[in-house]
Design a protein around this ligand. Structure first.
Ligand SMILES: *[C@@H]1O[C@H](CO)[C@@H](O)[C@H](O)[C@H]1NC(C)=O
Ligand SMILES: *[C@@H]1O[C@H](CO)[C@@H](O)[C@H](O)[C@H]1NC(C)=O
Length: 201
């Protein structure tokens, strides 16, 4: 049971470190659960939770389809092209005034983006609320709904917001670590925004 103890200690250290960063969502927003509706590897699927949780459930139910996982090399659109999107605005890197968001590991965010691009589905949340659409290794992508108007946006479109933030808001820690992490947010004219930041899952 040595291993369990080590894992538990690590979890404790992470929890203690994490608690020094105030984890909030914007004032007046509720925290909700993402609703996912569409298909994964061509199989219709509905789920609630982060993309990782939904994908894990899908894998249990459809191990054969999940064997088609080709998450890796879908091309990420070039940065200039993403920012040519007339509906995106208000990109801000941390520190964001009034919020105390911490940085998220770039590797884990890249992994979350890959999941979101792999599916053909809508990722939605309720009115005036934020949901974690992706969370792994305490690196979170949040979708916050700023209105109660009906919008259905593809999970892969949400992923492009996280990519913008990673492209523009990455900081690299001094050598010898060269640790890359990012934190920021970006808005859409239809009344939602995406936040990338540290949060325990
Ligand atoms: C998911 O989308 C399908 C097709 O648009 C729809 O028929 C179904 O009711 C939706 N399921 C849920 C739970 O929202
Ligand atoms: C925001 O909430 C409304 C009302 O529930 C919903 O129709 C809409 O699709 C949501 N938008 C997003 C981006 O989740």
């Amino acid at each position: 049971m040595q291993f369990t103890n080590i894992a538990a200690s690590l979890a404790l250290v992470t929890a203690v470190l994490g608690s020094t960063i105030r984890r909030t969502i914007p004032e007046n927003y509720e925290i909700g659960t993402m609703k996912f509706n569409g298909s994964i590897h061509g199989v219709p699927w509905y789920g609630e939770g982060t993309i990782q949780e939904i994908y894990a459930e899908f894998t249990k139910a459809h191990p054969d389809a999940a064997a088609n996982d080709k998450r890796e090399p879908k091309p990420v659109p070039a940065k200039r092209q993403l920012h040519g999107d007339p509906n995106k605005y208000g990109e801000q890197c941390c520190p964001i005034p009034g919020e105390q968001y911490g940085n998220a590991d770039n590797g884990a965010i890249t992994d979350g983006i890959a999941y979101l691009k792999e599916v053909d589905a809508y990722c939605n949340c309720g009115p005036t609320s934020c949901v974690r659409i992706s969370c792994s290794d305490s690196a979170a992508i949040f979708l916050c709904n700023d209105t109660d108007e009906e919008i259905w946006n593809g999970c892969n479109y949400m992923a492009t917001f996280a990519q913008d933030i990673m492209d523009d808001c990455t900081t690299i820690s001094p050598p010898p670590l060269w640790y890359q992490s990012c934190c920021g947010q970006e808005y859409h004219t239809n009344g939602f925004h995406v936040v990338v930041r540290y949060d325990s899952c």
